[in-house]
Ligand binder design. Structure first.
Ligand SMILES: [Fe+2]
Length: 147
């Protein structure tokens, strides 16, 4: 159970950090494609932020306290904090790399949940995998060079 709680807390911290970074980019992106990028980052952070409450309440369901502070999230998260403001393209690259990190933690949690009979939690992780697969697809498509 401890292993599952730890894995789920890591997913929560990663999702929160990923959402914050996407929101940071939503606020600060610049360039000729501003309207599309601003909206794209907005959609990403809203989707991911929409998942954190359910994940945190799952931690409570397992009998543990949900982390809910910047210091705890930064201890638990694998996502690097974004201080400098990158170019729009670099924002996409960073978010794509972070998306893969979030996905790794989701898959790890899924495996433990499944192996310990926590199937509802495994389903939630499968749903998060689906959402991040889509974010990854869109980021990859935006980054693709054509012609
Ligand atoms: Fe906004």
């Amino acid at each position: 159970m401890d292993e599952l709680v730890q894995a789920l807390k890591r997913v929560l911290a990663n999702e929160y950090a990923f959402s914050l970074k996407a929101q940071n980019f939503h606020w600060n992106v610049e360039g000729p494609d501003f309207p599309q990028y601003h909206e794209f980052f907005g959609n990403v952070y809203e989707e991911v932020y929409g998942s954190v409450d359910t994940i945190a309440e799952r931690v409570r369901t397992l009998g543990a306290y949900a982390p809910g502070s910047f210091s705890r999230f930064s201890q638990l998260s694998d996502i690097e904090d974004q201080i400098e403001m990158p170019t729009a393209r670099s924002m996409m690259e960073k978010l794509l790399a972070d998306n893969a990190i979030v996905l790794t933690s989701i898959v790890d949690c899924y495996k433990i949940a499944n192996a310990t009979g926590h199937y509802a939690l495994a389903n939630l992780m499968a749903d998060r995998q689906d959402a991040h697969d889509k974010h990854g697809w869109m980021l990859t498509s935006i980054l693709k060079q054509r012609g």
